[in-house]
Ligand binder design. Sequence first.
Ligand code: 3HC
Length: 688
Amino acid sequence: MLPSEPHPRDQHVRIITLDNPPVNALSFAYCAKLLGEIRAAHADDSVEAVVITGAHGLFSAGADVNDFQAEMPANAVTIRDVIAAVEASVKVHVAAMDGNCLGGGLELSLACDYRVATRNARLGLPEIRLGLIPGAGGTQRLPRLIGARTALEFMLKGSSISAGRALELGIIDEVVAEGLIERARALASEPKRRLSERDAIIAKDLPLQAGPYVVAQAHKMVPPEENGGLAAHKLIDAVQASVELPFVFGIGRETRLFDELVRSAPSQALRHLFFAERELDKIPGLALSGVALRQAQGDTGPRGDDTIAKAAVVGAGTMGSGIAISLAQAGIPVVIVDNNDEAVDKARQTVMGMFMYQVQKGRLTQEEAWKRGQSIRFTDDWNELSDADLIVEAVFENLDVKREVFRKLDAIAKPGAILASNTSTLDIDALARETKRPDRVLGLHFFVPANIMPLLEIVRGRETSPETLAVAFALAKRLRKKGVLSGNAFGFIGNRMIFDYVGTANAIAEEGVPPYRIDAVMKAFGFPMGPFAMSDLSGLDIGLAVQKARGGDANGRTHVLERLIGMKRLGQKTMAGFFKYDKSVGKGREPIRDPQVEEIFAEEARNAGVTPRAYSDEEIRDRLLGALVHRGQKLLEEGIALRPGDIDIVYVYGYGFPPHRGGPMWYAEHSTLSPFDKLRVTREPTHA
Ligand code: 3HC
């Protein structure tokens, strides 16, 4: 019997099952159907109560985000209409939740009288991540349920929580190990109780008069409206309304704010990123193979030979240990091979320190931390790599060294094993040529720190097979990273673009704009740091090597870098680079303006006959963003990047591009920036 059919023994409880695969999204079309079912239950006198549950192992992922991409049709039926029908009914409603219960889905449950969930349920109001606020009563009902202060924190974060945590917070009434529907039926005989009829509360320990203080504090804690905080401020306004206004007026306020936000530029940009992220593994000509796909979905059943049951990392440096931690966190046992005892000792400490930190933060129990720590082994015996399904090379960034490693790996690794390089610039084909399995060689470019940064560039060599790529995409999902496909070209997508960006910043500085001002402009745009602070972080020696390989900065020169390096100013690691650093200022990580460096720029400019030029802040910003966008465009033309959205994901998740601006390619298309006439292009990338 289908769950939505009335049970012969319980004719008085109607079970309505949300069923709109894959995620039971509450689209306009689906809401029209659902509203029909709900109205039928209400109109049926034999039905005394309604249980709402979900098919496909989840309740609902919320409103259908696709519906927000166009003006709402006048006759559209929305989740608000469904909720209004539930609210108006005299019958008891119970939400029986399993799996994801997000956004409008959770809001529907809040309109019910009781909420019961399985242990697998995950509850969240993630609208803020789309630049929106909950728009189907969530901002008015949740504060009445758990208090405005906690509700605000929950909605501002936007992350989902476990059923256990939801029970602690009071969002749900019960968690069951089994018999979800049976328990929901039982709750259906309890008396009706609507959140809309409750008075608002601030928090258990705070009187209603504390409302203005809580609201004022919240406004202070979120970013400014014009720089990523628009939805956050509107959310606070909506919650304020829940405390100050009667329920129906609060709902009216929420609706107005939501409708305003749907049309706002930041929300459009964030929705673009949502869809771009879901496009990433849709590669023309590449269907994820069955086993790889199951693995991506967390299936722990029997594994085929194209899955990763055991991994290895070559090189115990910062990158190698970060990659190993990332693999271990995903439950993949990993062995790190390195012949340098000092590096191994340091890596052991890093690994231990990382897991201890997670225990301190309450993210792992002692036991879990111990288990994960144990799943990373160190060795100096390369033969231990022979049973690994994936080997990631993370040795010194030098083609000859890496070639040698690949030759060695090919001889030791089992026939089906995938060999990956973590190079950030070098030629994957040159490495593949050292092996007899070029179809099983690719680049896996992790970002520092590899266990934290959410981006993974998956670099396809000339002969990398579709199966190898499929496994790489499945791995990215398992590591909870955004896997972005890149062609094999110097610097791939992210670094290739950043070289132009940094080179342009150097050229502008030569024209007389101090580095601190250039950095300040880009920080004001929303980057966490400017191009010079970023260069100091990655090291000027690395920057010089790259610039030499590329033929200099945007003006074709490297003199300033050479002079700074000559003065042992290598960046943060030597407490001086383009800026000075002082241990007593921001733990030695805060860039301090250094007139000496500005003088060096001026001298080199005079030597090269560069005429100083005044720049407005907008010109600095547009020229730097233009450098990114222009290179991005070239990468698309050359087929190195597949889609503009892929580039945007790389920049938002790998380089701190402000998400509310959608990534460089989105920004260029949706702002007044016209990069193509503002640039000077440096030499073309090629490995040929
Ligand atoms: N609307 C439309 N499509 C959605 C969707 C949504 N809310 N949620 C997921 N999908 C689609 C995805 O685009 C994808 O489509 P595809 O197969 O064509 O690529 C498919 O469902 C599967 O999604 P994922 O690949 O992301 O699957 P995962 O299992 O990795 O993740 C998830 C599932 C956790 C539900 C994740 O998709 C997610 O976070 N979805 C968004 C949830 C969300 O933001 N909800 C709030 C919506 S706004 C709202 O409710 C407004 C209300 O307040 C009025």
